[in-house]
Design a protein around this ligand. Structure first.
Ligand code: KIV
Length: 258
């Protein structure tokens, strides 16, 4: 999967599929099933380290897990999360992004909008492909007052849309949008030329992502946007069902949307 293919998928209306992975064995299964993108998510703070949130994840965790995932993958595009406090200024952003690229990632993901202008710009100038992340930003869970749906009122919806357009102008290649009303997910996806990847952002995003442990029903007390695909069969069949459900737009359904 090349980064340019993501753009082609959007233009041709083919949905993009994405799952998180943190080790080479899971990554290999997802890759062989034909997932388009594997995200080494800082959700590893929750599902691997057992933390309450993603704030316990550092660069050494991300480098370690990115190297492990990269060993298992032949086809999928690899995106690695930049963890909390790893992109507080331009120089630090560039140095840490380079560590993740050296570990095997093809793109890095940052949470936040226009306040990160210097970080987005330095990555663009240094040819490091970037994925944005707007809407609910788990690294800001304390500032956001919990895991809440974002963009419900007109002003906050407009702020998210304006952030999304700024990120596109700064060369971001794709954008994760998390936990926003489906109508806003649709509006952002229509107004951007880059592909959006939704998680709790409705069926009209250009692609969908889930934390793999949620998709496999391992996690307890999951949010509304999660569906357990491992109700019958094995991890391979659950992954195939997840991919098919995204490709034919049967996931997410209304029950998984806000
Ligand atoms: O860390 C992660 O798993 C993520 C997804 C929820 C998009 O950022």
């Amino acid at each position: 999967m090349k980064i340019s293919e993501l753009q082609t998928y959007k233009e041709q209306g083919e949905k993009i599929t994405c799952l998180t992975a943190y080790d080479s064995s899971f990554a290999q299964v997802f890759d062989e099933c034909g997932i388009d993108i594997i995200l080494i998510g800082d959700s590893l703070g929750n599902v691997i380290k057992g933390g309450e949130n993603t704030l316990c994840v550092g660069m050494s965790d991300m480098v370690y897990h990115t190297q492990a995932v990269a060993q298992g993958v032949k086809k999928a595009l690899l995106i690695a999360d930049m963890p909390h406090q790893s992109y507080t200024n331009a120089e630090q952003t560039l140095a840490n992004a380079q560590r993740l690229i050296n570990a095997g990632a093809q793109m890095v993901k940052l949470e936040g909008g226009r306040k990160l202008e210097a970080s987005f710009k330095i990555l663009y100038e240094n040819n490091i492909p970037v994925c944005g992340h707007l809407g609910l930003q788990p690294q800001s869970v304390i500032e956001m007052g919990g895991y809440k749906v974002q963009g419900r009122d007109n002003d906050s919806a407009q702020r998210i849309l304006d952030d999304a357009k700024a990120l596109e102008n700064w060369g971001v290649k794709t954008l994760v949008i998390e936990c926003i009303p489906a109508t806003l997910g649709k509006k952002i996806s229509k107004q951007l030329t880059i592909p959006t990847i939704g998680i709790g952002a409705g069926v009209d995003c250009d692609g969908q992502v889930l934390v793999s442990y949620d998709m496999l029903g391992i996690t307890q007390n999951t949010p509304k946007f999660v569906k357990n695909f491992l109700t019958n069969g094995n991890i391979q069949s659950a992954t195939n069902d997840f991919i098919q459900a995204i490709k034919n737009s049967t996931f997410p359904a209304d029950v998984h949307s806000y």
